[in-house]
Design a protein around this ligand. Sequence first.
Ligand SMILES: Cc1ncc(COP(=O)(O)O)c(C=O)c1O
Length: 367
Amino acid sequence: MGAVSASLDDLPLRADLRGLTPYGAPQAALPVALNVNENTHPVPEDVADDVLDSVARALRDVNRYPDREFTALREGFAKYLGHGLSADQIWAANGSNEVLQHLLQAFAGPGRTAFGFAPTYSMYPLLTRATGATYQAGTRGVDYTLGAADAAAQIEAADPDVVFLCAPNNPTGTPLGLDVIEAVYDAANGIVIVDEAYQEFAPRESRSALTLLPGRERLVVSRTMSKAFAFAGARVGYLAADAAIIDALRLVRLPYHLSALTQAAAGAALRHAPAMLAMVDEIVAQRDRISATLDALGYQPFESWTNFVLFGGVDDPAATWQGLYDRGVLIRDVGLPRSLRVTAGTETESTAFLDALASLGPGGARV
Ligand SMILES: Cc1ncc(COP(=O)(O)O)c(C=O)c1O
């Protein structure tokens, strides 16, 4: 056999996948990695010990398939979320990406359309197209905000089968009012997914879309353990919705999609929710410090209810990204004009980013 490998063009790939680019946040082992909105604080030692014990116990039975219904974990999520939710209204999968994929497999697919308000989470179009559906991008106002009347009008015109509302929004950090969610739900005939991946970083008094679930059988609220919960490597996402939606997801999931080890690890981490979430206030403080310092440096940070900050006023985003990279700091160029996005890390990491950026001079680096 020769060493020559085929290119995608040589393969009988589905026509609708030709020309697509895979998800590709650069991975690099830099000392300060603030590019994919993780919680950069390690799992507390005593929690890690308990997770390890649970995984070790699960390993003894790993010759058997796991609980296909992951009942104990669903009960754990129902209790954690509150709002009177019960286990039959909960679903979980390997990251909220897989939760979203299950939703799209059940409610999008060939001949159907999913809709998101750009700029928003870059996986929505990729996940949509992978099910054979069409993705349609709506628009936002200045500063990436979205008003109820505008959003509802766009949904009425497009009449999509699935709507994504990222609340607060990635990559901009923008909060989304519950009035917008209500208006979009009323205007839509399809499923409305509120992606609350970053909800734990929103102000304490802000209401979750979970409060809107009663009486809205097409509304879904998705969450993840990857952000505030400091569990990105374990790959666990979940959602709350009407029990009938959960029945629909059983039609598309692979049998035993959540491994026994994942179920054990997630269940143990959930039992320690307060300890796992203990760093949220510190991260929010760093986020606000980053925004204030960026402002003082002459950049334009956008309002953020998340664990990251999008900032404008960057003369040359690619050169500035590279300048930071060369100083050991990895952030994200999300392709928005004159802007970059940085995750709020520990105090030390946040300081390293701010110092490195300041060292590039006003407006950042230029080629
Ligand atoms: C808005 C949003 N939703 C979902 C996800 C997916 O997270 P995970 O699959 O790790 O749960 C992310 C990750 O960055 C995100 O930003």
